[in-house]
Design a protein around this ligand. Structure first.
Ligand code: MGD
Ligand code: MGD
Ligand code: MO
Length: 822
């Protein structure tokens, strides 16, 4: 039933065009006939919205009229607010309530919780902070917040958690992020900035000047649906123009990807199929071809780069490995014939070429290498800094490529303490443990407590932290290897989660505090994360449901317990803060000649829009004058060889980019004899990570028999006796999960996809338990990319797939906790 509904919707969305929102989901007609009720405005990662509120209930949501390419995700908002997954009351895990830090930790995840009052919950939170700081010290507390907290500059929930806990005492925090850990570490050595979060060359210029656009592991049509701040979706207008140019044969666009992406299908562009995780051999062979066929830009290499002469011997096989990185060598690994590699290389060299990389190839083992090599290729092509040429690492993210208006965006509630403020326990003695750990190594820190690891030229000593607080992130979604996590978490005495939904992270916690959703509080946000197109009001649509409270109120209540409430909030309430953030922004913009009305007028209207900025070319200044506009690298030039990285002496990230074999790799690589499929866990098309997975109606548009879809090639399925719509078990030595098969020619043989963010819903709390819904992080591998970045390797993962026979256990992840009365 659900399956045919999914197919029906699929056909429907094809009919409506890839971008359009099916009319019956966001009903414009209904809006015109709305009549009673009040329309309010708010914002989200999925765009700005108008919501109709009638008798304190949201009856309808439609896109903000300025948003010409709204995403279907906004249809999940109501399900998120009113759904069965809402946390209604403060809850404490049964055994923890009885025995506190001496509780039976193996019971975590059994989902038995006791309802308590807010006073009791906050007292327990505070008593635990006291106990940890007085018995152990700052090394024993881990505060985790680097996640996709809701938009809104004042209520940015991680900031509230960090500031409030910081007023009490210090803790172990994290470095880097899950998205771009490898990229943001390697690229400052190579190009002088992280690049991944930098504004890129404007689409307008790319559309005009580029002859070749290479989307390399990049799926903007899927990934631009969401933004870090309130998303404008403006970049889609340019993709629409690009589609037309492709149809008119005016531009050559290629997607280098093992799968046919949503972008490729939308644009109607060509695909350069490649075996998973083998971009580096392909790129080395391109470099080899450019070099040996004399197609590279010598003048550019000489003028703008350092270290090419140390890289060439590796390319030619004159270093220890004695392997020339020829197309014939590469074809064995990457599955692209030597002749095709040569053609591809010549095609790049002859024309104005814009390389556009996505991020998921750096979320694999040695993820630093393809990024570094990308810069080397772009340098050899000699077009960095030219209009429509060179390299980008982020045109799939938050409308990068839409010009910046130049206006200042509103600031945020501070995460730090104010000047002269001191924590209650001003203790900086970490007893030799590190105060900061790489974010993706949080599980290892528990399991390998006291051990020392390398991290970007420094040493990190894993802290055996005893208490963790999670806010604005979903650890039991984002981190790899569930069963490893289960074991590690048993070392924790106390876990506190603040969220509005009963995520798996909450289930595996001891104290769970109900935050309200962003639609139940007042705030402001930037409209357009990089374009700075305006400021949007997030008007409280409804009062917080049940006993939920804003993170601000929650942490004010915590600070009150140690006499720092006024210091924490600077004596201001919600609306005073919102008004202050707006007024500060208005003052700065006035100096820049950007008009903003008085706060009251803004709040009533709901938004301010600034004129679009001027098109811009990344690295153009550096190209114009490499000395005056030197890069932030040690030499000021593009570093093809990095003395700094070489000086670290790492065996898995050396002085120049190279090919390293992976721990596991499909298509003939390590472990492919045992596990038949490479599992890619890309970012979901109809969710933001795990957010909106709980929105039932939206979930049902893609779920198969109530499970997350597993996309696979029809021939592979046939071989395994699997039909479209069947339940399958996906497994390896690390874990197992159920999913629903969706057969699609977009996927080559040997490749399967489970989108990240599928809610972890194990049959029980035990190590090894079968997941009933389809979370890929049951099976992914939790190791660091290398000693340099120590970033996530979710995309280095092989699995087997089999048809599930028998009665499937029902999905239990979405229905909150089991309330136990004591
Ligand atoms: N296998 C695999 N795993 C991955 C990835 C992958 O590609 N493959 N990608 C990784 C990447 S790039 C990322 S960025 C991470 C994302 O990891 P996360 O950022 O942890 O993912 P989200 O699902 O967005 O979790 C945000 C949580 O914050 C909660 N929240 C939202 N607003 C508020 C609020 O106002 N207050 C409070 N208290 N809570 C709030 C939401 O309900 C949600 O549970 O996942 C990583 N994990
Ligand atoms: N709809 C939606 N959009 C999002 C998000 C979301 O959750 N939902 N999350 C946002 C966040 S936090 C992030 S970090 C970004 C993530 O942005 P990315 O990491 O770039 O996105 P992914 O969707 O994981 O992968 C993009 C493409 O890489 C390809 N790929 C994977 N491995 C390889 C490989 O080895 N070689 C090659 N050539 N291609 C490969 C995949 O097939 C896929 O088509 O997306 C952002 N946008
Ligand atoms: Mo991310």
């Amino acid at each position: 039933m659900q399956h045919s509904r999914r197919q029906f919707l699929k056909q429907l969305s094809v009919m409506a065009g890839a971008m359009a929102v099916p009319d019956f989901l966001v009903s414009r007609k209904a809006f015109a006939e709305a009549g009673e009720g009040e329309w309010k405005i708010s914002g989200s990662h999925w765009g700005a919205i108008r919501a109709k509120v009638l008798n304190g209930r949201i009856t309808e949501i439609k896109p903000f009229e300025y948003d010409k390419y709204p995403t279907e995700m906004i249809n999940g908002i109501k399900g998120l607010i009113y759904g069965e997954s809402r946390i209604r009351y403060p809850m404490v895990r049964l055994d923890w309530l009885k025995k506190r830090q001496h509780s039976d930790k193996t019971q975590r995840g059994d989902n038995r919780f006791v309802r308590v009052s807010w006073d009791q919950a906050l007292d327990l939170f505070y008593e635990e902070l006291e106990r940890i700081q007085t018995e152990f010290g700052p090394w024993a507390l881990h505060t985790a917040n680097v996640g996709w907290r809701s938009t809104g500059q004042f209520h940015s929930c991680g900031n509230h958690m960090i500031r409030a806990i910081g007023m009490h005492g210090n803790s172990v925090s994290t470095a880097g992020d899950y998205s771009t850990g490898a990229g943001q570490t390697i690229l400052p050595y190579v190009l002088g900035s992280t690049e991944v979060y930098s504004q890129g060359t404007s689409w307008e210029i790319i559309l005009k000047e580029s002859e070749n656009i290479i989307f390399w592991a990049s799926d903007p049509v899927k990934n631009l649906q969401v933004g870090w701040n309130c998303e404008t979706h403006e970049a889609y207008a340019y993709l629409e123009q690009l589609k037309q140019k492709i149809a008119d044969n005016k531009i050559n666009v290629i997607s280098v990807d093992p799968v046919k992406t949503k972008t490729q299908n939308y644009l109607g562009c060509r695909q350069r199929y490649i075996h998973p995780q083998t971009d580096v051999p392909f790129m080395l062979a391109i470099a080899h071809t450019l070099y040996t066929e004399n197609l590279y830009d010598k003048a550019f290499i000489e003028m703008y780069t350092v270290g090419f002469e140390k890289f060439v011997p590796y390319l030619l096989g004159e270093t220890e490995d004695k392997v020339a990185k020829t197309p014939e060598w590469a074809e064995q690994i990457c599955g692209i014939s030597a002749e095709q590699i040569r053609e591809f290389s010549r095609m790049l060299a002859g024309k104005r070429t814009q390389l556009i990389f996505g991020w998921s190839i750096q979320r694999q083992q040695h993820g630093e290498q393809p990024y570094w090599l990308g810069a080397v290729l772009a340098a050899m092509l000699g077009q960095i800094g030219l209009a429509g040429g060179g390299i980008s690492y982020a045109h799939h993210y938050s409308s990068i490529g839409v010009p910046e208006s130049g206006a200042t965006m509103p600031g945020a509630f501070p995460s730090n303490l104010d000047e002269k403020q001191k924590p209650k326990y001003d203790n900086n003695d970490y007893q030799g443990y590190s105060a900061v750990i790489p974010v993706a190594r949080a599980t290892d820190s528990l399991l390998y407590a006291g051990e020392t690891i390398d991290f970007n030229g420094k040493k990190v000593v894993y802290a055996p932290y005893k208490m963790a607080v999670f806010s604005g992130c979903n650890q039991w979604h984002r981190q790899s290897e569930r069963n490893k996590m289960k074991q590690a978490f048993q070392k924790l005495e106390t876990i506190i989660s603040i969220n509005y939904s009963w995520t798996a992270t909450c289930r595996f916690s001891d104290i769970v505090l109900p935050a309200c959703t962003p639609f139940e509080r007042n705030d402001i946000d930037a409209y357009g994360s990089y374009s700075n197109r305006g400021v949007i009001a997030m008007q409280k649509l409804i009062e917080p449901l049940y006993e939920s409270r804003s993170d601000f109120e929650i942490f004010k209540g915590l600070c009150q317990r140690f006499g720092k409430e006024q210091e924490y909030c600077r004596g201001m309430n919600e609306m005073q803060w919102v008004e202050k953030l707006y007024s500060d922004c208005r003052r700065e913009n006035k100096a820049k000649k950007f008009e903003m009305p008085e706060f009251d007028e803004f709040w009533k209207k709901g938004y301010v829009l600034f004129p679009e900025g001027k098109p811009w070319v990344r690295h153009a200044d550096f190209r114009e004058d490499p000395e005056l506009y030197a890069l932030g690298t040690p030499s000021g030039f593009i570093e093809i060889f990095s003395n700094k990285i070489a000086s670290f002496g790492y065996d898995d990230c050396k002085g120049h980019p190279m090919w390293f074999e992976k721990a596991e790799r499909s298509h003939g690589g390590p472990k492919s004899d045992k596990f038949a499929f490479w599992l890619q866990s890309v970012h979901p098309d109809k969710r933001l990570h795990s957010q909106l997975c709980e929105a039932k109606a939206l979930r049902e548009t893609y779920a198969v028999q109530g499970r997350e879809p597993l996309y696979m090639n029809p021939d592979d399925a046939k071989r395994l006796g699997i039909q479209d719509g069947d339940l399958v078990r996906v497994y390896n030595d690390r874990g197992q999960t159920l999913a629903g098969a969706v057969l699609s020619d977009n996927f080559p043989t040997g490749v399967v996809r489970l989108q990240e963010g599928a809610w972890y819903s194990p049959v029980d709390e035990k190590v090894g338990a079968l997941d009933t819904y389809g979370d890929p992080n049951n099976v992914t591998l939790d190791i660091g990319t290398s000693r340099l970045a120590q970033a996530v390797c979710a995309n280095t993962c092989l699995v087997n797939v089999e048809k599930f026979i028998g009665t499937a256990p029902s999905v239990n992840g979405f229905n909150g906790s089991i309330e136990v009365k004591v």
